[in-house]
Design a protein around this ligand. Structure first.
Ligand SMILES: [Zn+2]
Length: 416
C-alpha cells in the first residue's frame, strides 16, 4: 500500500512537471534558467525535472541554443509535438469531418465525408467509428500514441455527462450518451462539446482571436450560436446553456422558429431562414434572376446562389442578403452591449456569403451597440477553414492533457 507521503510526493511531482511543461508550451521555447525564474523553483530541481521530461519521457526536445546570453549557451527546450496525437471529429447535419493533430495542435491528417445517416443512430455511429479508425490508420500513427478524442456536435450538448441532448439537424443524436459509446468502442478517452464552442477554441488558438482574452465568436449556419470567451476562458453558463444567439427575438411578429417562439434570429437569418424568405418572394412573383439560376426548380436554391446573385446586382437577392446581415447585426449589438469585447469573429458557412452581408452586419453593430462599447470593437470574418470545429475539439483535448487532474500527460505516461 502507498503511504500518504508517497501519494503526496507523487501528486506534487505531477504538478511540478505539468507546471514545467506549461511554461515551455506557453513560451514555445525556454531554457532551464527561464523556467526556474518563472516558477520560482531552484535551478537544480528544474534541471532534474526537465532532464526527466526530455530524456526519459520524450515529452521535450532540444530546439537549439539560447544565443541571447553570453558565455556557455544554455539549451532551449520545446514540447516534442510528436509525443502524442489526438483525434478531432466534427459531426454536423450535412458533413462529418475527422482529423488527427499532434500535441502541439498541428493537423497531420484529415478526412471529410457526407453525413448520410443523420436519422439512424446505429448507422451514424458505425460510420463515425469506421472513420475514426481510418483517420488513425491512414495517418500512420501508432494507435498507442493516441491520447484522446474531441468531438464537436451541432446541437445542445451536456459536456459534463458526455451527452448530446438536442440536435435539430441530427435526429440520431437526440438524447444520446455519445462519450460513453465512443469510449467503449474505441478505448479512447473522449471529450464532447457543441460545435460553436469548438470553433471558438480553434479561433483562440489558431485564428483571429489568438491575442485576445475576451472575444465573441458567432457561428452562422443551419443554426446560429455564440461562443463567449471571457477572461481567457470559454463561458458555458449553467448546464452548458449559454450563447443561444439564434433565439434572441429580432422581429416581434417574425416567422415561427423551431423553438416555438416567433421572430427569433435563427428563423430569419439561418440558412433555412434565408432560403424561406427567398422562395416566398419567388412564389409571390417578385422580379429576380434567382428562378432562372436554378432552372425553375426553387427547391435547388442555395444561400450561395442568392449571395452570387446579390453580388451580380440582382435587387431582390441583394435585399435578402443585406437584410440578413442587418438582423444578425441587431443580435450581435445586443451581445456586445452585454459582454463589451473588442473582437467579434464571424464564422460558419453563411459568413462566407460575401461583403454585402458582412458590411451590413458591421454597419448595424456600430449603429446599434452603445458607441462607447462598439467604437473599439473589430468585427471580422474567420480565416479558418471548414475543419475549424474538428480542430477546436482536438485542441480542447490537448488542453486536458496539459491541465486535467486525472487525464494529464504526466499521469497518462505513468511519470511520477
Ligand atoms: Zn427560436
Amino acid at each position: 500500500m502507498l503511504s500518504a507521503e508517497t501519494i503526496n510526493y507523487d501528486i506534487n511531482n505531477i504538478c511540478l512537471k505539468l507546471n514545467v511543461l506549461n511554461v515551455i508550451r506557453n513560451e514555445g521555447v525556454a531554457t532551464k534558467q527561464f523556467v526556474s525564474r518563472m516558477l520560482n523553483f531552484n535551478l537544480t530541481t528544474v534541471s532534474h525535472l526537465i532532464n526527466e521530461l526530455h530524456l526519459s519521457a520524450g515529452l521535450l526536445e532540444v530546439s537549439g541554443d539560447d544565443l541571447s546570453s553570453g558565455g556557455r549557451k544554455p539549451k532551449l527546450y520545446r514540447i516534442n509535438s510528436k509525443a502524442g496525437f489526438l483525434v478531432g471529429v466534427d459531426i454536423g447535419g450535412e458533413n462529418l469531418r475527422f482529423l488527427l493533430t499532434d500535441i502541439s495542435g498541428n493537423i497531420v491528417f484529415k478526412i471529410k465525408k457526407k453525413n448520410e445517416f443523420a436519422n439512424s443512430e446505429n448507422k451514424l455511429m458505425q460510420d463515425i467509428l469506421e472513420n475514426i479508425n481510418n483517420v488513425i490508420k491512414d495517418s500512420g500513427v501508432a494507435p498507442g500514441k493516441i491520447y484522446g478524442a474531441g468531438l464537436s456536435i451541432s446541437g445542445i450538448i451536456d459536456s459534463d455527462n458526455g451527452k448530446s441532448v438536442y440536435c435539430p439537424n441530427i435526429d440520431a443524436l437526440n438524447d444520446f450518451y455519445i462519450k460513453k459509446y465512443i469510449e467503449e468502442k474505441t478505448g479512447i478517452h473522449t471529450f464532447v462539446d457543441d460545435s460553436v464552442r469548438c470553433m471558438t477554441v480553434a479561433e483562440k488558438h489558431y485564428g483571429a482571436a489568438k491575442n485576445y482574452e475576451n472575444f465573441l465568436f458567432v457561428g452562422l449556419g443551419k443554426g446560429i450560436g455564440l461562443g463567449i470567451y471571457v477572461n481567457g476562458k470559454i463561458y458555458r453558463g449553467s448546464n452548458g446553456l449559454s450563447g443561444e444567439l439564434g433565439h434572441i427575438t429580432v422581429a416581434e411578429d417574425g416567422p415561427i422558429c423551431n423553438c416555438g417562439n416567433k421572430g427569433c434570429l435563427e428563423a430569419i437569418a439561418s440558412s433555412s431562414g434565408i432560403l424561406k424568405r427567398a422562395t416566398d418572394g419567388i412564389k409571390n412573383k417578385i422580379a429576380t434572376s434567382l428562378i432562372t439560376k436554378v432552372q425553375g426548380d426553387i427547391s435547388k436554391l442555395t444561400v450561395e446562389d442568392i449571395s452570387d446573385a446579390a453580388n451580380a446586382g440582382d435587387k431582390f437577392a441583394y435585399y435578402i442578403i443585406n437584410r440578413t446581415g442587418e438582423y444578425i447585426g441587431i443580435a450581435i449589438a445586443a451581445a456586445l452591449n452585454l459582454f463589451g469585447t473588442e473582437l467579434v469573429v464571424l464564422g460558419g458557412g453563411i459568413s462566407q456569403s460575401g461583403e454585402i452581408m458582412i458590411n451590413a452586419i458591421k454597419r448595424i453593430v456600430h449603429m446599434r451597440a452603445l458607441e462607447v462599447v462598439s467604437k473599439k470593437t473589430k468585427v471580422i470574418k474567420s480565416e479558418l477553414d471548414e475543419y475549424n470545429a474538428a480542430w477546436g475539439a482536438a485542441t480542447k483535448y490537448i488542453n486536458i492533457l496539459f491541465k486535467d487532474k486525472d487525464y494529464n500527460l504526466i499521469r497518462r505516461m505513468n511519470l511520477k
